[in-house]
Design a protein around this ligand. Sequence first.
Ligand code: KIV
Length: 272
Amino acid sequence: MSLHTRTKRLTVPQLVAMKGQQKIVSLTAYTSSIAKLMDPFVDFILVGDSTAMVGYGRSSTLDMSLDEIIAHTRAVVGSTRQACVIADMPFGSYQESPQQAYRNCAQVLARTGCDAIKLEGGAVLAETVEFLVQRGIPVMAHIGLMPQYVNAMGGFKAQGMNDATARAIEADARAHLQAGAFSLLLEGVAEGLARKVTEFSPMPTIGIGASLACDGQVLVTEDMLGLGGDHVPRFVKQYADVGALISQACEEFAAQVRDGTFPEPKHCYGVN
Ligand code: KIV
């Protein structure tokens, strides 16, 4: 059965305990209406910085502020009861130093009530992960294709496609595990690498464009609902065409207003 009827929100330790027992399901959300709809079906909701692109129409995830992530995460936490909620730390809010990361992550946790944070970065961020974890902040480490590194990567490209780069990503994974990350998010890496990391990692791996070998999957909700615009990655399966439904509803409304059939008399105040 894919519908959950949890009486309490899934915790980070419970999410970790799912490794090897059942696949972990996740989607992104940044509004209360969407979060509420997905809550019974997913294990965790990621308030991703992909919101910058799919929600605000910006060209990358770099342009996302801490206040924006906090506002969206509050909306998601406030409208859900079952799923664990993980907030994505925006570009520039944690890379400078472990202390800067702690200050900002603590704000996110305290002001939103979310369960954990996610940050992007290779082994160079392991010291920061350790600093946060030792101070009570659960961290999901995002490695492989890291959208916040779009300028350094020269675009959104699959990563670890040769032996040397695959070894580097493996080293990133090991460094984050050693530092205490409770989960690894693997984006845009080949199946062989995802399988290897999933096998040696005692913590769950969550894949996006990283094959079925991972312990769980996450998708950007707009992409799987047909609301992703022009940049939907090839690996995304579209489960519904909500975009077409919205267009159809808007078209019908516009036509009714223009031809005078809106509103229907039975929907008018004062009509019995
Ligand atoms: O911001 C985001 O939506 C992400 C995806 C990889 C899920 O980080």
